[in-house]
Design a protein around this ligand. Sequence first.
Ligand code: PAF
Length: 281
Amino acid sequence: MTKVIHSIDEMKKIIKELKKDNKKIGFVPTMGYLHEGHESLIKCSTSENDITVVSIFVNPIQFGKSEDLDRYPRDLERDRQICEKNGVDYIFNPSYEEMYPEGYKTYVEVEEITKNLCGAFREGHFRGVTTVVTKLFNIINPDNAYFGKKDFQQLKVIQQMVKDLNMDVNVIGCPLIREKDGLALSSRNKYLSKEERESALSLSKSLFLAKQLFESGETDPQTIKKKMEELILSYPLVREIQYIEIVDSETLKPKEKVEKGDTIALAVYVGNTRLIDNIQL
Ligand code: PAF
């Protein structure tokens, strides 16, 4: 039976007891509206730990003013059932006031690798992510924490933070999950109309094209990006390509010559929905 905990004190008390019994704790941080991508993280956690905690908290401080905080999908009962089905022991679901009470003043910031890709367009986003993840790590005290590779930059930023701040948690990146037709799973896919979903396929299609081009010998990032751009813009409901970048997978610096192991990442608006995707070559 999955228990839903709303209070930080109660969650910490439970964790303390579990730790006394030497239980290994796996943690899956989420903003809810769980999908198969989250389920795959949960499955990794339940198979590698004694106890799995899933946090569900739509973290306002990682959303910009014009972003989708208010319409972000929320359905705790639906999420609880998914957690129950997947053997999750606890859902940690704090309120905003519980996480950021009046007088809150502390933020955690990773430099440099938060400045390009999504960071260039979402000011303060990663500061919000690293702050909430630090708080969640302090509350849950997990042995292992699971993050999806779909949020490629987020995973790198969290790994950097854990290393720099000597946090005692093992951060595990799990594979990006796609629908059969290639669309990367995301809670934001819920916003898409049938026609928009069709245009959303442009992201994965362009990444597969890029991979094909690279595998047939193309190493010029500009040529690859141009072909991706043409393909994406041929879809009618694509409103804007925010970025397409080919970067070193460790430093996140743009490449002048594309090499095996590099990551191609992009963000595209389909209608009003901002979607991201990536592929490692
Ligand atoms: O990836 C997410 O869902 C969020 O950024 C996270 C890690 C739960 C922090 O709010």
